[in-house]
Design a protein around this ligand. Structure first.
Ligand SMILES: Cc1cc2nc3c(=O)[nH]c(=O)nc-3n(C[C@H](O)[C@H](O)[C@H](O)COP(=O)(O)OP(=O)(O)OC[C@H]3O[C@@H](n4cnc5c(N)ncnc54)[C@H](O)[C@@H]3O)c2cc1C
Length: 392
C-alpha cells in the first residue's frame, strides 16, 4: 500500500496517521480536514477552555512539527465532498481529486440542527474551537443563558457558565436529564447536583417557539413558561458526518457501517471515531460511541486493519465528564434496557453498576476513581452483575 489518505481533522484522524507510522507504513500519508486549524482536542471546549478562553495551540493534538517529522501532507480547509470507492478517488471541494490505495474515514459528527432557532441571534453550539471561542467572549456574569438539552455537553456548559456567574436555565424534553442513558434515579442525581449550584431546570418540557425581542430572546416552552435569554446554547446531540459518502460504495446507516475490524463495506476503506457503527463482540451488539478515548483507539486500530491486520476491535468504552466538583467517569455501554444499582453514595461520591440479565455492562463512578478500574476489569472478565455488586 503506497498512498494513504485520512479524511478528518481531529482525534480519530490524527491517531490513524500515528497508527500508520507506528505500524511501519512508509508510503505517503495525506490528512484532509475541512477545518482551517491544525487538529485539536474537543473535550476542554465545554469545560476549562470555555471558562478560561484557552488559545488554539494549547489544545493541539500534535505540535505543528510532528506532521513534518512524520512526513504527513496536511491539507486544511479541504472538505471531502464525494468518494468513488471503486475508482479509489476522493473528491474535494473546489473540484480537486485525490487518488489513494487506502482510505481512513474519520469525519466525526456535527451538532444536530434545531430548525426553530434559524435566524435567532445569540444562539450557540459547542463543537469547534471557534464555537467555544465565540461563546467564551459572551459568558459574562449576570447574563441569562438558556441551554436546550440536558445531555453531557449541555450540563458541562451549564456548570461552566454558572461558575462564571451567569443565570443558567436548562430545558429538557425528557422528564429527568440523562434518563435515556443512565435511568431516572441517576438523572435526578445530576439534576440535584446542578440545582444545588443554582442552575434551574425545566424538564419534561419542549420549546414551543423563540421570539426575538430588543430585551433578549424569549424562549416560550410548551407549558407556557417564558424564559428570557441573552444567550441560547443548543445541545440536542450530534449526527454522523457522512453525507459526503452517499453513493460512494461505503454503506451508511446512522454512521459508517464497519465490520469487527473497522473495515467498511468498500475495499481498502476503514473508518474510525464518532461516526463508526461496528459490532463490539465483548457486548454482543452493534454500537456507535461518541467518546474521545474510542476515537483515539479506533484511529490506531483502523490504521493496523488497513495495513492488513485482522483483529476485532472489542473495547470497554470509557468517557469522563466534569461538572462543578464532580469528576464523572463511566465504563461500559448501557441504555434504558439495563438495570441500575447504586452501590455506594455519600455527600461527595457515588458508584452505580449497570447490568442486563446476568451480565455487568457498565459502571458510573463519581469522584470514585478506584472503582472505575475494578469495574472495567470485571466487564472485561464477564463477571456477573450480582457478584460485582456484592463486592462493591
Ligand atoms: C464540547 C465537547 C466536549 C466533549 N467532552 C468529552 C469528554 O469530556 N469526554 C469524552 O470522552 N468525550 C468528549 N467529547 C467527545 C469527543 O471529543 C469526541 O468523541 C471526539 O472528538 C471524536 O473524534 P473524531 O475524530 O471521531 O470526530 P470529530 O471530533 O467530530 O472530528 C471530525 C473532524 O473531521 C472534519 N470533517 C468533517 N467533515 C469533513 C469532510 N467532509 N472533509 C474533511 N474533513 C471533515 C471535522 O471538521 C473535524 O475536524 C466532547 C466533544 C465535544 C464537542
Amino acid at each position: 500500500m503506497d498512498r494513504v489518505v485520512v479524511v478528518g481533522g481531529s482525534v480519530a484522524a490524527v491517531n490513524a496517521v500515528d497508527g500508520l507510522r507506528r505500524a511501519g507504513h512508509q508510503g505517503d500519508i495525506t490528512l484532509v480536514s475541512a477545518e482551517h486549524l491544525l487538529p485539536y482536542d474537543r473535550p476542554a471546549l465545554s469545560k476549562e477552555a470555555l471558562r478560561e478562553g484557552h488559545p488554539h495551540d494549547s489544545l493541539l493534538i500534535k505540535k505543528p512539527g510532528w506532521y513534518e517529522e512524520n512526513a504527513v501532507e496536511v491539507r486544511l480547509g479541504a472538505a471531502a465532498v464525494g468518494l468513488d470507492a471503486a475508482a479509489k478517488t476522493l473528491f474535494l471541494a473546489g473540484g480537486r481529486e485525490l487518488s489513494y490505495d487506502g482510505l481512513v474515514v474519520a469525519t466525526g459528527c456535527r451538532p444536530r440542527p434545531l430548525g426553530m432557532l434559524d435566524g435567532v441571534p445569540q444562539v450557540h453550539e459547542v463543537r469547534s474551537f471557534g464555537d467555544a471561542q465565540v461563546l467564551h467572549e459572551e459568558l459574562r456574569p449576570g447574563r441569562r443563558l438558556v441551554i436546550i438539552g440536558a445531555g453531557f455537553i449541555g450540563l458541562e456548559v451549564a456548570a461552566t457558565a454558572r461558575k462564571l456567574g451567569l443565570d443558567v436555565s436548562v430545558v429538557e424534553i425528557a422528564p429527568v436529564p440523562l434518563t435515556r442513558v443512565l435511568g431516572a434515579e441517576l438523572g435526578h442525581w445530576f439534576q440535584d447536583h446542578h440545582v444545588a449550584q443554582g442552575v434551574d431546570f425545566y424538564c419534561g418540557n419542549g420549546i414551543d417557539r423563540v421570539e426575538v425581542t430588543s430585551g433578549g430572546n424569549r424562549v416560550r416552552l410548551a407549558d407556557g413558561t417564558v424564559l428570557t435569554a441573552d444567550l441560547i446554547v443548543a445541545g440536542v446531540g450530534v449526527q454522523p458526518e457522512c453525507g459526503w459518502l452517499e453513493g460512494s460504495g461505503v454503506e451508511v446507516a446512522n454512521g459508517v457501517l464497519c465490520d469487527e475490524t473497522l473495515r467498511t463495506t468498500a475495499p481498502d476503506v476503514v473508518a474510525a471515531g464518532d461516526l463508526v457503527r461496528w459490532p463490539n463482540r465483548l457486548f454482543g451488539e452493534t454500537m456507535r460511541v461518541e467518546q474521545w478515548l474510542n476515537a483515539v483507539e479506533q484511529g490506531n486500530h483502523a490504521a493496523r486493519t488497513l495495513l492488513g491486520e485482522n483483529e476485532p476491535y472489542a473495547p470497554v468504552p470509557y468517557f469522563w465528564s466534569d461538572q462543578f466538583d464532580a469528576k464523572i467517569k463511566f465504563v461500559g455501554q448501557v441504555d434504558g434496557r439495563d438495570q441500575v444499582k447504586i452501590v455506594q453514595a455519600d455527600d461527595t461520591s457515588l458508584v452505580a453498576l449497570f447490568g442486563r440479565g446476568e451480565r455487568l455492562r457498565g459502571a458510573l463512578c463519581i469522584n470514585a476513581p478506584r472503582q472505575l478500574a475494578l469495574s472495567k476489569r470485571d466487564i472485561l472478565n464477564g463477571v456477573s452483575w450480582a457478584e460485582a455488586a456484592s463486592r462493591a
